[in-house]
Design a protein around this ligand. Structure first.
Ligand SMILES: [Zn+2]
Length: 310
């Protein structure tokens, strides 16, 4: 073999090796993603977020028990393989929170799609990075979440599950209060009515407030980017609601979105002092009804400067 042939051969060898490295990198990348996708242990995540939520809520539950002189009974957790109408449900009758793994999986896929998975992969070097999820049922409602260095699926799963967990736990708290009130003859029928009528509104407002508190987003200025982005979204929502009411079309009213908007206003209003004011906020949520939620949201979405902190 002459020198030239040898050089060409060497050249091909380098190119081949380089190609091979790229192929190896690609295969390991694909394998990593596939593994990631299938190794997500949703049972474990749901169970651990359930316990985590109760740890975070310990003092709040004690406060409510004391206030209403009642014993709160922690609900059972049931994890289902099959679908539910919603991702999770609370059954008052059985005092049970059910979670559907299939539905959680679908929610994760939806968020990955919303985020653009490739974008996230590129930005992954930012270990304590922040991203924004859209958790609304109907419109848009943005939520901050911290990107886990490598396991984006797991990070999304934890964020979504913890948030929904707070929602379902609030239902169980609400029903405990309701049971206590039913036993109290001094309570007027109207009060039960308010409680039963606004279940989803209150659970959704509580969900947002607790999600910020549990993750510490009230202390991270990047956590307020979605809070402020949600203000005009909530304004549009309220205006749509006004039109629905005028046309007596209230079946289309979505209590979840109203609760999210109300929770968002609370987070914006209290800012970093969210934690110090949590008992005041809990008292407010216990008595929250649709009319008051709408008034309060209007008050801020039309005067957003009221939400600016000194
Ligand atoms: Zn609910």
């Amino acid at each position: 073999m002459d020198d030239k042939s040898l050089q060409i051969l060497r050249y091909y060898y380098i190119v081949m090796n380089d190609q091979l490295d790229k192929i190896k990198e690609y295969v390991s990348d694909v394998a990593y993603n596939v593994k990631n996708e299938f190794s997500l242990n949703l049972d474990e995540i749901i169970e651990s977020e359930f316990e985590k939520a109760f740890e975070i809520l310990e003092e709040i539950i004690e406060y409510i028990e004391e206030k209403y002189n009642m014993n709160y009974e922690k609900p059972k957790l049931v994890i289902l393989e099959n679908d539910l109408l919603f991702t999770a449900e609370y059954s008052d009758f059985e005092n049970k929170i059910s979670f559907s793994k299939k539905s959680v999986d679908r929610k994760i896929d939806k968020q990955l799609e919303y985020l653009g998975y490739k974008e996230i992969k590129r930005g992954i070097s930012d270990i304590k990075g922040i991203e924004y999820l859209d958790i609304s049922y109907n419109s848009i409602f943005l939520y901050p979440f911290y990107i886990n260095e490598k396991d984006i699926r797991k990070a999304i799963a934890e964020a979504i599950i913890l948030s929904i967990m707070f929602h379902e736990i609030w239902h169980s708290i609400d029903f405990s209060i309701l049971r206590k009130l039913v036993g109290d003859s001094s309570i007027k029928d109207m009060d039960y009515f308010i409680i039963l009528k606004n279940l989803e509104l209150r659970a959704s407002a509580f969900e947002v407030v607790m999600y910020y508190l549990a993750n510490g987003f009230h202390n991270d200025e990047r956590g307020y980017i979605p809070v402020y982005a949600n203000i005009p979204i909530c304004r549009t929502y309220i205006e749509k609601l006004d039109i629905l009411e005028k046309n007596k079309n209230t079946e289309e009213y979505v209590p979840y979105d109203l609760g999210f908007c109300y929770g968002n206003i609370i987070v914006a209003k209290y800012g970093p002092s969210l934690k110090e004011n949590i008992y005041k906020i809990i008292d407010d949520i216990i008595h929250l009804n649709k009319e008051r939620a709408i008034d309060e949201i209007k008050n801020y979405v039309y005067n957003p400067d009221k939400l600016l902190h000194d």
